[in-house]
Design a protein around this ligand. Structure first.
Ligand SMILES: Cc1cc2nc3c(=O)[nH]c(=O)nc-3n(C[C@H](O)[C@H](O)[C@H](O)COP(=O)(O)OP(=O)(O)OC[C@H]3O[C@@H](n4cnc5c(N)ncnc54)[C@H](O)[C@@H]3O)c2cc1C
Length: 321
């Protein structure tokens, strides 16, 4: 028999519209802006902020940060079938960039790989299609997708610890814009990870927000370089260790929620670090673990997630390959 309980402090998420437009019947959106959003022009990653207008379509007013939009590239795949839909997280606030829910944005990384056998360059279909679009071009879109990775109905009732790697920053940019606009007084921490510091996204914006909002803490974790604050290479979860004293009060408060977005696999390291620092105190707020698993946190594996290690409703995740 399953028993449903309401646990104080758990986020109450809004009901949002999904699939207003199906990928089988996409609508046209018009590109309004397409610009690089990395901090440095010297980076080897090509990541762009692409903005588009959905006026006159069922997508007006229904696209929230934390949801994704579907994009259908022109042309056919190797089997002659039209390219399948690809999902991109919205990086715009709830009311869109225009404040009227008509213009939204996504944060797109060009997928570029060298083929192992042939040594030929492989350019991902949809990311490069999207990054190549010019202002005025029409793209076919669907969505929105997802209903579990959202800000709560009343944002002031919770605190937020956001962990992002790469384009995983997209939903947090939108959510933060909404929280700042609402003058949310909650404690908000963003930990952004990137391989070199030149890959940090929207870095100047977050630095600026940190000076304007005393309740907002912005931390970076650079995995292939020394940190500006002198620490060696760090992954996002390492900030829980290096900045433990700064973050512990927020982590220990039952108002706090943890949001994780980015590369699939990143959640495990965060969970292990939570295990190390919160075991015996407030770990259960985030993770319900079998006693056996708790004895050997160092050897946790991804296969154990949702089995021996079960994230609670205070942990919201959107990870992708
Ligand atoms: C919920 C969700 C949200 C997402 N949000 C974002 C986001 O905000 N930003 C973002 O950039 N992405 C996001 N993604 C990922 C995005 O949907 C795409 O998967 C990504 O852009 C790659 O698509 P593509 O069409 O460019 O590449 P594809 O053409 O699909 O290829 C993908 C990869 O497959 C490999 N590959 C495929 N075929 C070959 C081949 N013939 N030879 C060699 N290698 C090959 C390559 O490694 C290539 O890079 C999200 C995914 C999900 C599920």
């Amino acid at each position: 028999m399953s028993v449903t309980t309401t646990v104080p402090g758990e986020p109450v998420l809004p009901d949002v519209k999904m699939h207003a437009v199906r990928p089988t019947e996409p609508v046209f959106a018009t590109i309004t802006k397409n610009e690089r959003c990395t901090v440095s022009k010297k980076t080897a990653s090509y990541i762009r902020q692409v903005e588009f207008d959905v006026s006159g379509t069922p997508l007006v007013g229904v696209c929230n940060p934390g949801q994704a939009i579907g994009v259908l590239a022109e042309g056919n795949d190797a089997t002659g079938k039209p390219h399948k839909v690809r999902l991109y997280s919205l990086s715009s606030p709830k009311d869109g960039i225009d404040g009227q829910g008509k213009v939204y944005s996504v944060t797109v990384k060009r997928s570029i790989d060298e083929h192992w056998d042939t040594k030929k360059l492989f350019m991902g279909v949809c990311s490069n299609y999207l990054c190549d679009r010019a202002v005025g071009d029409k793209i076919r879109v669907s969505g929105p997708n997802g209903k579990r990775f959202l800000l709560p109905v009343d944002p002031n009732k919770n605190d937020y610890m956001f962990f992002a790697t790469g384009t995983g920053i997209a939903p947090f940019r939108g959510m933060l814009l909404d929280l700042f606009k609402a003058k949310c007084t909650s404690k908000i921490t963003l930990v952004m990870g990137a391989p070199p510091a030149s890959d940090l996204l929207y870095h100047d914006f977050f630095l600026d927000m940190q000076t304007k909002f005393p309740n907002f803490t912005y931390l970076t974790a650079i995995s292939r370089e020394k940190q500006a604050d002198g620490h060696d290479q760090l992954y996002v979860q390492d900030r829980l260790r290096t900045n433990r004293d700064q973050l512990l009060a927020q982590l220990s408060n039952d108002r706090n929620c943890i949001y994780i977005c980015g590369l699939a696999g990143m959640e495990l390291g965060i969970f292990q670090q939570l295990g190390f620092i919160l075991q015996g105190s407030t770990l259960e707020q985030y993770l319900q673990c079998d006693p056996q698993a708790l004895r050997d946190i160092r050897h946790w594996k991804r296969e154990m997630l949702h089995k021996e290690i079960r994230p609670t409703k205070r942990v919201l995740m959107e990870v992708y390959a």
